[in-house]
Ligand binder design. Structure first.
Ligand code: NAP
Ligand code: G4F
Length: 348
């Protein structure tokens, strides 16, 4: 019989890649969708459009992580074998502005799902979308499953609650519940306000005369950036093991936001010159025009300066390894951005 999965956060970056991945594996896929005044299914519309068959395998249900009754009626109706909890207020900077909403969705949302599993069917497997933000202010060379946590934002603290809750429901009730501790992962479908997508999108537009300047925050913070497509495979692999365990998923390499900008400029053949003597560094192009300006608007009250993961456990036990390197990821993101603006580009 076909396996049935329920994905919360299916309209997001990871949700869309995971849905496609599971459909290819022959799953029936159900997703949670919030009601919005504008259409919010752009990332998954192609599942309907490209694959006539998927109409019988792919279903969306209205609901919200803050509304237990909607989650309960969906789960009781569809009877999933696996739940992937990807829904969250996932933006670190926004979590400082909306800490209570972040806790409600990102922490209590997990509790709502686990309670439904505990009360209705403890055989449902549960994946929790954990994050490298849990490590926050820990300055270990590389972070793995044994590294202590030191969250530095309301978002990371909400995720910490979900991390421990997932472990607790595993220990207390024998539920197959696992945490993926995923380091940053990007793609052409990344949300517009995360730094990689913001940089790629702006520099493509600057290159074609559609935008003048890119404003950034802390260009010195360093991240371990992988591709979302590789990372959703790891989620599924964790759920296929006999025993539920937690795994770090990462590339093991990090670069700074500034170096990421330089890499994108290199691919786009934009010459840039950094001036870092000011409190707010900026960069000019070959005509001495400022095209990148840092601004306090994008600084966070507490920053996570460096993250780089050690995913040896996943590589050994799950036999997982990333297929994308950073250059391939950047090329794909740039190609997609150029494709998006192709028609507009013709005007210039
Ligand atoms: P994303 O693109 O921001 O997607 C978040 C999803 O959650 C969207 O589908 C969003 O719906 C949904 N959502 C938010 N609040 C909700 C609510 N109250 N009720 C129902 N749905 C709600 O995030 P992502 O990059 O795909 O990440 C997926 C998960 O992994 C998140 O939990 C994130 O915190 C975690 N994570 C991400 C990374 C990363 O680098 N990408 C790394 C570690 C962990 P709308 O489309 O309606 O907004
Ligand atoms: O792209 P970011 O917003 O990602 P961040 O904060 O690392 O969080 C992402 O990854 C986490 C995993 O570690 C996920 F859990 C989380 O859900 C999310 O997907 O920022 C990356 C870095 C930060 O240090 C930030 O301060 O880039 C810096 N940055 C500099 N200028 C900026 C900007 N970030 C954003 N979003 N916008 C800027 O203009």
């Amino acid at each position: 019989m076909k396996k049935c999965a329920f994905i919360t956060g299916i309209t997001g970056q990871d949700g869309s890649y995971l849905a496609k991945f599971l459909l290819k594996k022959g799953y029936k896929v159900h997703g949670l969708k919030r009601r919005a005044s504008l259409i919010n299914t752009q990332r998954i519309d192609d599942i309907y459009e490209d694959n006539f068959q998927s109409r019988k395998k792919f279903f969306l249900h209205h609901g919200d992580m803050t509304d237990a009754s909607s989650l309960q009626s969906i789960i009781e109706k569809i009877k999933p074998d696996e739940i992937y909890n990807l829904a969250a207020q996932s933006h670190v900077a926004v979590s400082f502005e909306q800490p209570e909403y972040t806790a409600n969705t990102t922490a209590l949302g997990t509790l709502r799902l686990l309670e439904i599993i505990r009360q209705t069917n403890r055989k449902i497997k549960f994946y929790q979308a954990g994050t490298s933000e849990l490590y926050g202010g820990i300055y270990k060379k590389k972070q793995n499953e044994k590294t202590p946590f030191h969250p530095r934002s309301p978002y990371a603290i909400a995720k910490l609650y979900s991390h421990w809750l997932t472990k607790n429901y595993r220990d207390a009730y024998g539920i197959f519940a696992c945490n993926g501790i995923l380091f940053n992962h990007e793609s052409p479908l990344r949300g517009e306000t995360f730094v990689t997508k913001k940089i790629v999108s702006a520099l493509v537009k600057i290159k074609y005369g559609m935008q003048k300047k890119l404003y950034l925050g802390n260009i010195y913070s360093r991240r371990d950036w992988g591709h979302a497509k590789d990372y959703v495979e790891a989620m599924w692999l964790m759920m296929q093991k006999k025993k539920p365990e937690d795994f770090v998923i990462s590339t093991g390499k990090q670069i700074s936001v500034k170096k990421f900008v330089n890499l994108v400029c290199d691919v786009l053949k934009i010459d840039i010159y950094w001036n870092e003597k000011n409190k707010f560094p900026y960069a000019t192009d070959s005509k001495n025009k400022v095209i990148i300006q840092t601004s306090s608007k994008y600084f966070r009250p507490t920053e996570v300066n460096t993250l780089v993961g050690d995913s040896k456990k996943a590589r050994k036990i799950l036999k997982w390894k990333p297929k994308y390197d950073l250059r391939k990821l950047v090329n794909e993101m740039i190609d997609y951005e150029i494709y998006l603006h192709k028609n507009v580009k013709k005007k210039f």
